[in-house]
Design a protein around this ligand. Structure first.
Ligand SMILES: CC(C)(COP(=O)(O)OP(=O)(O)OC[C@H]1O[C@@H](n2cnc3c(N)ncnc32)[C@H](O)[C@@H]1OP(=O)(O)O)[C@@H](O)C(=O)NCCC(=O)NCCS
Length: 208
């Protein structure tokens, strides 16, 4: 299943969501090096620029293979550099942001993975850049991607977030974005779900 990009671009009061571009590599390195991100999310051991560039370059392939859809949040006024056919090596597409600042506009990331076609389910994850926290960015980007993923063309039934009970910020984001607790994983993480058939994800919590 090839995963489509949101079209038109998802945008709210605080951010719009666009694909990763190679110029964002420095931001990704900084995020992977952020102790808070490392504490709560699986990130590469070697968080250097080459690893970040590789990861970004692979984003379109992961989307084409139906593995993951990862987007960055930028300020709404910054515009979109690439659009749906953005070149992962960073050449400008049809958009208007030609600031050239290396990822300086990135506020955070929100992404979907672990697609389960039988259940119509996927896992959602997120982080925000340290200096942009506590401004409602995470809540808005999670809301935007969730609402989009539950409608056409993706049409998922349910989105699942796995949240450590000791991560109050992330728990607050999930709740504010409309997720509710539906179970617990064996490792203690809360299984939070948004969608039409929340009962279907109880098995997710047990099985993973
Ligand atoms: C958790 C995280 C995503 C929150 O991002 P954010 O952009 O600051 O979130 P928001 O501004 O949308 O905040 C939403 C709510 O969470 C609350 N909140 C945010 N961080 C918090 C914290 N550290 N402790 C307590 N509450 C917090 C906010 O006050 C807000 O609640 P309110 O609307 O009632 O005031 C961010 O701190 C982060 O990236 N952490 C590291 C990575 C991570 O934990 N990812 C999630 C893994 S499941």
């Amino acid at each position: 299943m090839r995963l489509p990009l949101p079209e038109p671009t998802l945008a709210g009061m605080r951010c719009l969501l666009r694909p990763w571009e190679l110029r964002d590599a420095a931001t990704l390195v900084a995020a992977w090096s952020d102790p808070e991100v490392r504490r709560w999310l699986p990130v590469p051991d070697h968080a250097d620029r080459a690893a970040a560039a590789d990861w970004i370059a692979g984003e379109a392939d992961r989307r084409r293979a139906g593995l993951a859809l990862d987007l960055v949040a930028v300020e709404p006024g910054r515009g979109v550099l690439g659009g749906p056919d953005a070149d992962p090596v960073g050449r400008p597409g049809n958009g208007s942001d030609v600031s050239g600042e290396a990822g300086a506009d990135v506020l955070g990331e929100v992404g979907l993975s672990a697609f389960d076609p039988e259940r119509g389910a996927a896992l959602i994850g997120w982080w925000t850049v340290h200096r942009h926290r506590r401004r409602g960015v995470a809540t808005e980007m999670v809301r935007l991607l969730t609402t989009w993923a539950l409608g056409p063309p993706l049409g998922l039934e349910v989105l699942v977030a796995e949240v450590e009970p000791g991560n109050p910020g992330s728990l607050a984001v999930a709740l504010a974005a409309g997720y509710e607790e539906v179970g617990r994983r064996h490792d203690g993480r809360l299984v939070m779900a948004a969608g039409t058939v929340t009962g279907a994800v109880i098995g997710w919590g047990r099985g993973v």
